[in-house]
Design a protein around this ligand. Structure first.
Ligand code: CMP
Length: 134
């Protein structure tokens, strides 16, 4: 079924200049970028977005990283977009990610893992509203 998912291209990807490569992988896999903007999160916004992780040991580092410089947020649309994007991103840990996934190719560590994608339909709606207000 046709779905939408929220994608974040994280600060490490922008610094590494691999945005074009990520777009190519997205396109090749049949997902369409229907909205996109470049923003820099304030710390308090990052904390709202990643609230579910607030008790985790890596929370402070995660907030610092995601709000450290510009990110690109996108709405991706396509057949089974949520699952599809999670497949092309690869495992959260780049070392565990399958070959040719975004995180396998470009991720440096579990923190610096290039991209984010919604993990289920409810979160995709929450995250799309959070960033795009629709
Ligand atoms: P993301 O898909 O954006 O969702 C939460 C993020 O927390 C995740 O990608 C990683 O960047 C980060 N993360 C998850 N586990 C760890 C960990 N063990 N150490 C550092 N960062 C982590």
């Amino acid at each position: 079924k046709k779905e939408r998912t929220l994608s974040i291209i994280k600060p490490d990807s922008i610094k590494k200049n691999i945005i074009g490569k990520i777009y190519k992988i997205i396109k090749k896999n049949g997902l369409k970028i229907i909205k996109s903007k470049i923003i820099k999160l304030k710390k308090f916004e990052a904390k709202i977005f990643y609230n579910v992780h607030k008790k985790k040991f890596f929370y402070n580092k995660l907030i610092k990283f995601i709000s450290s410089s510009k990110i690109i947020v996108q709405i991706l649309e396509g057949k089974n977009a949520i699952k599809k994007y999670r497949e092309i991103m690869g495992n959260t840990n780049p070392k565990k990610a399958i070959k040719n996934t975004i995180r396998n190719k470009y991720g440096k560590s579990i923190l610096f893992n290039c991209v984010h994608g919604s993990d289920n339909i409810i979160n995709s709606i929450i995250e799309i509203i959070f960033f795009f207000n629709l």
